[in-house]
Every structure is written in structure tokens, then in C-alpha cells.
Design a protein around this ligand. Structure first.
Ligand code: GRF
Length: 201
């Protein structure tokens, strides 16, 4: 039975969303992705959601005077779906305090670096420029810091290329493995957020 409701926020291609759809949209999974929201109208992820028959919404952030008003609109839509977990999957907006406070402990993100190394953008480029030997991904709970919340899991690869696109492709591959795993652990009650920390049971 589908008992654990997940909402996914995106801004773009949605390859991580696709990995979640492929893993969870089966009868035997308890996870129900019941809502996808994008702040970009042309996000390919919206088409992926539509194809998987998942309710999807576009909210144009440029139509709001400030971050809080946009986030209030997001909250309004999300509340219609009673999410147990909100999953950021390439959502390119910084969320306001209002949003983070409301969903703290039920809000996770995937970031393409081995945090705390390289918060922010262009992580693959930075890894190559700095000639790092290792690169990876981090899944973390979102708190008020940028890419700094408590870490659920990380996965790493050896850097064997100087081609940013190739490295990005390799990173995507491990993202698509680790994100469903973490979400399943949370849904199964094997991982949780407590007093600012990640608890594994
Ligand atoms: C991923 O690399 C993710 O780590 C970052 O944004 C990218 C989204 O890719 N937060 P996609 O839209 O899921 O293909």
C-alpha cells in the first residue's frame, strides 16, 4: 500500500525525478510521488511527471514580489498533497525561512559535491580546476544554511576525466542510485531528522 507521500520540486531536466519515478512507481513500493512542482515552465521534468500521471504544477517565481510570497504559494499547493517528505531535485531556488521552518525534518536535497566541499554552483568545474582526486554527491536535510544541513548519505567516485560534461554524467549516475536509496530509508523509518541531526536506526 502507498503510505508515504512524496512531493518533488524541480527546475529543469528532472533526471533525478525520473530515477525516483522508476524506483517508486511500482505497486510494491510504499512511496507515492503525488506531486511535482517546477518554478520553470519549460522544465523537462514536468513532462516526465505528466507521462507518469503525477499531478504537476508550474509556479512562476518571477510573478511574485519576494521570496516569501512565492514560498507561501508553494506551501499552499503542497498542503493539498499532505507530503511526508519534500524532495528537492534540481530545484534552483533558495527557500525562505518560512518554508524551511515549516518543513524542517521533512525536506531533503541532493547536491553534486562531497559537502562541505563546494556548496553552491559549478561543482564539477571546481573539482576539475582544483585537480581533485575524488568527487561525489551528498543527500542532506535542508536547514537554513545553504547546502549545509545534516548529511544523510554521500557517494563518491574517482575523478578520471577533465571533461566537465563527462564528470557531470558520472555524477548523475550515482545521484540516481543514492537518492532513491535514502528516500526509501526515510520512508521505512530507518533514517530520520532529530534535533538537527540525522538518526539512523
Ligand atoms: C543534480 O546534479 C542535482 O544534484 C542538483 O541539480 C541537478 C539536477 O539534475 N541539485 P536533474 O534535473 O535531476 O537532471
Amino acid at each position: 500500500m502507498k503510505t508515504f507521500k512524496v512531493a518533488v520540486l524541480i527546475s529543469g531536466n528532472g533526471s533525478n525525478l525520473q530515477a525516483l519515478i522508476d524506483n517508486f512507481m511500482k505497486e510494491e513500493s510504499i512511496i507515492d510521488i503525488n506531486c511535482v512542482i517546477s518554478n520553470k515552465q519549460n522544465a523537462f521534468g514536468l513532462e516526465r511527471a505528466e507521462k507518469a500521471s503525477i499531478d504537476n504544477h508550474f509556479i512562476d517565481h518571477t510573478k511574485f514580489d519576494n521570496r516569501e510570497d512565492f514560498d507561501q504559494r508553494l506551501i499552499k499547493i503542497l498542503e493539498g498533497y499532505s507530503p511526508d517528505l519534500i524532495v528537492l531535485a534540481g530545484f534552483m531556488r533558495i527557500l525562505s525561512k518560512v518554508f524551511v521552518d515549516k518543513y524542517i525534518g521533512r525536506l531533503i536535497n541532493i547536491h553534486p559535491s562531497l559537502l562541505p566541499k563546494y556548496p553552491g554552483l559549478e561543482t564539477h568545474k571546481k573539482v576539475i580546476e582544483n585537480e581533485d582526486s575524488y568527487h561525489g554527491v551528498t543527500v542532506h536535510y535542508v536547514d537554513k544554511t545553504l547546502d549545509g544541513g545534516p548529511i544523510c548519505a554521500q557517494s563518491e567516485i574517482e575523478v578520471t576525466t577533465k571533461d566537465v560534461n563527462k564528470l557531470e554524467e558520472q555524477i548523475h549516475k550515482i545521484e540516481h542510485e543514492i537518492y532513491p536509496l535514502v528516500i526509501k530509508q526515510i520512508a521505512d523509518g530507518k533514517m530520520a531528522f532529530k534535533e538537527g541531526k540525522v538518526i539512523k536506526k
